[in-house]
Design a protein around this ligand. Structure first.
Ligand SMILES: Cc1ncc(C[n+]2csc(CCOP(=O)(O)OP(=O)(O)O)c2C)c(N)n1
Ligand SMILES: [Mg+2]
Length: 652
């Protein structure tokens, strides 16, 4: 039977890859090859020739360790993944890395491997799908009608993020989301009975999901297809529990030994024999299998051609909508007037919290950038993230505001998924301290170049009474240490505007806005344009080489100004450098950086956060070396040394 040979080819390619790399995971591919084959050959709407086609179905491999199977499938399905690429699995510079990375491999839709992330990404994609459909679909023109398919394993469902994400997906009735769960009862330590006793269908039912079980996922391909077809008709998200054997037909079948180590030369050939495949050959793709998939590839390209025809018609009848769709998905350009909206923002000089300024700017930008969507983990009034729209809820999928609930990890991974899907610009919000609750998603988003704007408020001990449980101390250094993640900690209104400008113009870097709970004075000499350099000279008491440079960010910059007045009285020439973003400052030329922080001039840094990392810029660092405390914010600032008197004392 031809299809069985297709499935077994996927199995053999996968175990050959792992064997050649001498590393990787053969177990999952052996069990899930039938589901993968059925998905790509009978279900998925894709065109490998146009792999970024906006209306394609999305497939997310949440159990990313099984990626040998995905890469084999992508090769057979005509993506830009060659047989040589399969042979280079996990090797330096290859496009077939050890776990899937969206920006490396054609056809990979999400960076996965940290278990559970993919499920939450897929929830984000399903949200995007519904939102785009609500905005752009017209009678007879289902411009956006894709479905989101996910493979996950026991590990993904054990991870808390899957509970957060699936709880929200059920609430939102995301009917286009279909999870195929590799229900093999095995993880690395052994049988799932060691630590996992819950009834998965019951858990999902209680969250409002449709559940289906397929008893023989190893062999019963029609049952797999029927389950997916049934799921497609559901008015709710679906999880299909697919009973499989990890390491099917290998010497380690149904044991954890099959999970994550090569089968060995003998194991590979025994498996191929058991599958009735030619064990004398490696990386073999029989001709009938090639032909079978050639037809599938053709069918896929036709999906795209049909959609293109429909879109051409749509463009005639709905020219404005079509132009808008093209703008956000193809041109990826902000509306022409978006900068004007930002320019119109009234940068008055009052004493105000940077979170409040952020809230006002967000409202202004949201009005002219309709692809901006986002929400907050149940802190909307505190983070000031509401804007002129309705909530995204069942029945109002055109709404642009998400009520994520208190689910930080899912929130950020969902926004990564929205970013992967394309077309929309997602933001997420909570207190800065709670970004580390979601750290798994933050770092994978940075790695994946997934655009996301983090609106993180209450950014220091100055938040006050809520105490050290809520006061970030170590978070800024962590953010700054993370590659491809840019943090802005603006000092006043002009710097907040600069932060937003940077965030919206940057398509491939997630941006964290670190904002104050408390009011801060507007700085007379702050500069929106200079702030875009990351750090700049805010002021200097007189011409020439300064005697001392004071550098700081956010709510501490005004303290530097106060200190400078006192130092000037003592006859010192003081330069103040405001550094809203050390990450962006790092990107400037060495000449610029030396112009700002002149070598051989003493530099003192002041920031109400851990001093970790500041030694790179300053000779003496004033910051936090302990956790904060529960007390009014202004008292905390005094107690921990953030006053001009203390700074002065330290300097002199
Ligand atoms: C967040 C996270 N923790 C731990 C791991 C390491 N890890 C990779 S696979 C795995 C076991 C997964 O079990 P399951 O999902 O059932 O996969 P199967 O063995 O069935 O293929 C673990 C612990 C990981 N990849 N991500
Ligand atoms: Mg398992």
């Amino acid at each position: 039977m031809e299809e069985l040979r297709c499935i077994n080819t996927l199995r053999c390619l996968s175990i050959d890859m792992v064997q050649k790399a001498n590393s990787g995971h053969p177990g999952m591919p052996l069990g899930m090859a039938p589901a993968m084959h059925i998905l790509y050959s009978r279900i998925l709407k894709f065109s490998s020739k146009h792999s970024k086609w906006s209306s394609r179905d999305r497939f997310v491999l949440s159990n990313g360790h099984g990626c040998a199977l995905l890469y084999s499938m992508l090769h057979l399905a005509g993506y830009n993944v060659s047989l040589d690429d399969l042979k280079n699995f996990r090797q330096s510079g290859s496009n077939t890395p050890g776990h899937p990375e969206i920006n490396i491999t054609d056809g990979v839709e999400a960076t996965t491997g940290p278990l559970g992330q993919g499920i939450a990404n897929a929830v984000g994609m399903a949200i995007s799908q519904e939102h785009i459909a609500a905005r752009f679909n017209k009678p007879n023109f289902p411009i956006a009608d894709s479905k989101i398919y996910v493979f996950c394993g026991d590990g993904c469902l054990q991870e808390g993020i899957s509970s957060e994400a699936c709880s929200l997906a059920g609430h939102l009735k995301l009917k286009n989301l279909i999870i195929i769960y590799d229900d093999n009862s095995i993880t690395i330590d052994g049988n799932t009975s060691l630590s996992f006793s819950e009834d998965i269908p019951m858990r999902f039912k209680s969250c409002g999901w449709n559940t289906i079980t397929v008893e023989n996922g190893n062999e019963d391909i029609d049952a797999i297809e029927n389950a997916i077809r049934e799921a497609q008709e559901s008015d709710r998200p679906t999880i299909i529990s697919l009973k499989t054997y990890i390491g099917y037909k290998s010497p380690f079948e149904n044991t954890s030994k099959a999970h994550g180590a090569p089968l060995g030369i003998n194991g590979v050939s025994a498996t191929k024999d058991a599958l009735n495949m030619d064990s004398s050959k490696s990386f073999e793709i029989p001709n009938d299998v090639k032909e079978f998939y050639a037809n599938i590839i053709e069918k896929g390209n036709k999906f795209y051609d049909d959609w293109e025809k429909m879109f051409t018609e749509y463009s005639k009848q709905w020219p404005n909508e079509a132009a808008e769709y093209n703008r956000i998905f193809i041109e990826k350009k902000l509306p022409n007037n978006w900068k004007e909206c930002l320019d119109q923002f009234n940068d008055d000089n009052s004493n105000v919290a940077t979170r409040s300024i952020s809230g006002k700017i967000l409202k202004v930008i949201a009005d002219c950038v309709p692809e901006l969507v986002g929400g907050c983990a149940d802190l909307t009034p505190s983070c000031k993230t509401s804007f002129n729209t309705v909530d995204f809820q069942p029945g109002s999928y055109h709404g642009r505001y998400f009520r994520f609930g208190i689910r930080e990890h899912a929130m950020i991974a969902i926004c990564n998924g929205i970013s992967y899907y394309g077309g929309l610009i997602p933001f997420s919000a909570t207190f800065l301290n709670f970004i580390t609750y979601a750290w798994g998603a933050v770092r994978v988003g940075a790695l994946s170049h997934a655009r996301q704007i983090y609106i993180m408020t209450h950014d220091s001990i100055a938040l006050g009474e809520d105490g050290p449980t809520h006061q970030p101390v170590e978070v800024l250094p962590l953010l700054r240490a993370t590659p491809n993640l840019v943090t802005f900690r603006p000092a006043d209104v002009r710097e907040v505007i600069a932060s937003y400008e940077f965030a919206f113009e940057n398509q491939t870097t997630p941006i964290v806005l670190s904002l104050t709970r408390q009011s801060v004075p507007s700085l007379v000499q702050s500069d929106r344009y200079k702030a875009l350099k990351g750090a700049y000279i805010l002021q200097q008491t007189s011409e020439g080489l300064p005697d001392i440079i004071l550098i700081g960010s956010g709510s501490e910059v005004h303290l530097l100004v106060e200190t400078s007045v006192k130092l000037e009285k003592k006859g010192m020439n003081v330069r103040i450098v405001s550094s809203p973003s050390l990450d962006v400052f790092e990107q400037q030329s060495i000449e610029y950086r030396r112009k700002i922080l002149v070598p051989d001039v003493p530099v003192v840094s002041v920031e109400a956060s851990s001093t970790f990392g500041w030694a790179k810029y300053a000779h003496y660092n004033i910051g936090m070396t302990t956790f904060g405390a529960s007390a009014p914010g202004s008292e905390n600032m005094k107690r921990f040394g953030f006053t001009s008197e203390n700074i002065l004392e330290k300097i002199i």
